[in-house]
Design a protein around this ligand. Sequence first.
Ligand code: ADP
Ligand code: MG
Length: 362
Amino acid sequence: MENPFKFGTVVDDKFFTDRKEEIEHVKQVLNSNNHLIIISPRRFGKTSLIRKVTKNLNRKIIYLDLQLITDTSDFAAQLLKRVLNVNKWEKIKQLISHFRIVPTISLNPLTNGIDVSFQPTTNHFVVLEDVLNLIEKTGKDENKPVVVLDEFQEIQNINKNMDRQLRSVLQQHQFVNYVFLGSMESMMKDIFEDKKSPFYHFGYLMTLKKIPGSDFFNFLEKRFLPITPESRTVSEQILKFTECHPFYTQQLAFYCWNHLQTDAYNDRMLETVVTKVTREHDTDYERLWNTLNKTDKKIMIELSLKNHSPLQDLSLSQPTSTIYSGIKRLLQKGYIVKNEEYEPDDPFFKKWIADKRTLLNI
Ligand SMILES: Nc1ncnc2c1ncn2[C@@H]1O[C@H](COP(=O)(O)OP(=O)(O)O)[C@@H](O)[C@H]1O
Ligand SMILES: [Mg+2]
């Protein structure tokens, strides 16, 4: 039997659950003249959601993850590569020949794909501007391309004026729907909800929440049923540990399912599997831990030992302002998230910390 759970990459079809309302919302916005902004902590399912909707749209989809973009010309080159992928060369070659900096486009025999690069220039933004305007020119009112810029908060690392420059070009576009996905909640909110930001209220803002418990429970229970008579208990225990976080739930379910293939359920199963996963990540967690400063470590320890500590309860014996800047840093890095209260994002990391502090791991 094939393991019915999947984590780490985009999920669809049998690995995808719920999000019915969100799918409808996304469709509606993309069928209007508006742009869309989706914000959530990392690994909540933004990319999966947008892929699921755009896959069935029958429109030109230009998807770019900004995490791997190194500078403005690279942004332009990677974007153009994707534009070439969804348009007929004959239709756009004329437009490209009018670019202020002409790109080098070649066929890569190793990958069978196209390579795009731009000659070095002092004004990198014109290169990107030409590519963006090309997309607008390929659009029609009744058939707008959809440009998805994933991990959009990264524009701040690409170039510090990028937001202002991008906004000045994108606001003139009428025949493109832009979708901005972002994981660092505070940075995304600075971009789209701060009145001083060039992108203030640029589109319909949607915050993606965790998958509702009852939906996730049904999803898990159905998949555990063929392998254990305790499918209800297993599903409940998993969701209790992961608190319905989409990625960690799939990850833990994956390992539990593997475990149940060889061992029958017993009441220590969850603890055994969780310990196994936590140990597997020991090196990563240690490396991550060592990147934190003293205040951050103290906050992480407090949040890992207590469930849902309100900030004022943290017994950190440090000035409030120091704690606040620590919290802000940890939020930005994505190590903690704010649901009802602040909590570590990764339940396994939380357990790793808690175990080390309570000597269970020796
Ligand atoms: N609708 C869903 N149903 C089931 N699992 C999901 C769903 N959305 C996300 N996941 C889980 O979360 C993981 C991360 O999803 P992803 O789309 O990459 O998140 P993001 O783009 O927000 O970081 C997926 O690999 C999958 O395990
Ligand atoms: Mg993503």
